[in-house]
Ligand binder design. Sequence first.
Ligand SMILES: CC(C)[C@H](C(=O)O)[C@@H](O)C(=O)O
Ligand code: SF4
Length: 468
Amino acid sequence: MPQSLYDKLWNSHVVHEEADGTALLYIDRHLVHEVTSPQAFEGLKLAGRKPWRISSVVATADHNTPTDHWDEGIKDPISRQQVETLDANIREFGALAYFPFKDKKQGIVHVVGPENGATLPGMTVVCGDSHTSTHGAFACLAHGIGTSEVEHVLATQTLVAKKSRSMLIKVEGVLGRGVTAKDIALAVIGRIGTAGGTGYALEFAGSAIRGLSMEGRMTLCNMAIEAGARAGMIAVDDITIDYLKDRTFSPQGDMWNKAVGYWRTLISDDGAAFDAVVELDAALIEPQVTWGTSPEMVTHVGGTVPDPAKIDDPVKRSGIERALSYMGLTANTPIAEIPVDKVFIGSCTNSRIEDLRAAAAIVRGRQKAASVKQVLIVPGSGLVKAQAEAEGLHQIFIAAGFEWREPGCSMCLAMNADRLEPGERCASTSNRNFEGRQGQGGRTHLVSPEMAAAAAIAGHFIDVRTLG
Ligand SMILES: CC(C)[C@H](C(=O)O)[C@@H](O)C(=O)O
Ligand code: SF4
């Protein structure tokens, strides 16, 4: 019987299955950060247990680390304690790799894993973090887990799970100029809604997906969780294999050849069954901008803020009214007339080298609008930062009046010093625009790196395609 990629990944990791479908899955890679691991390590200590396979663990500090003045350490005592607790736990228990605060390879866990070859096709990958779906770009079964599950995986190398239904999201055709993987992600969420993927494992396929780089594929799978699905995945092809060659933890020599042979089987077979299929035409996707407080509250840059008066469904209408009031927006305002106070280019969605190159290509020779208070460029990892500097991208940003920062989660969520002040409006390349996400009272509009860079220059949203 033809199998989907999800079937293959699931079947190859089931250790035990109950009659009701509850299964015990073997976990290959366990990514760890400072926010969701302290109680898990504490639980292990209290139970007197040792981790089952510490060489599965790759850890880094990201959410609570500052992105400037690293010489001054972490000023906030709670953030400092979180990071120091991770340091102490890794010292005590060990790890395959640890990229602590200030390490030259430190960065956002979902950037660090793949760039070191710690995320490999066919793996089950978990992390106490919802954006673990990112790693599905490598044909992995990857999803977030809760803190008690982090402890369970540390102790047993397994996870109790139930198989999801499967959804194929097929994007055929060629993306237009200035349209990116981020726009595909937002367009998908705009179509199916933030609950559309609930209970499903998503597979992204079609010629537009095959045309994406690994960076773009990670951006897309990263946002599977915003579509309600815990996992999103993409089949292996030459682009996957080329990306992994000679990474730190990629197999070498004969093992590489054997691995590649296996990885090539990690595709959905012709005729594999899916519980749901959604189709999008890549050529019809335009640069997207969210206007509300959920990623599904999205339109294209040529669109307008919706008018709740035109919505019949009372629940939907009041949801839009509330979002517009929080966002400080008036119905029917053209998106291109919305001014921004700050711009954030970073996060596990869009902080990889290709994202920075794309932003720099827009910024080169141009200046930040005087009305824009701050533009933060936050590379996803120390390696991304070093690569960008080797290419001179930082100079383009600095010359434009942008701030070139150290890696970390930064202004994606208000867990460190980078945040919005109440009422401030931000063009952000991150993945969540909930109330208060980037700081209490802050207003977030999700966009691609190109669109964020263009907004920084224009002072308001602008169709990046008109910038030439
Ligand atoms: C802090 C962490 C648990 C959280 C997540 O699970 O995603 C964070 O990374 C986020 O993006 O909101
Ligand atoms: S960058 Fe944002 S979304 Fe990604 S792990 Fe950090 S806080 Fe979560």
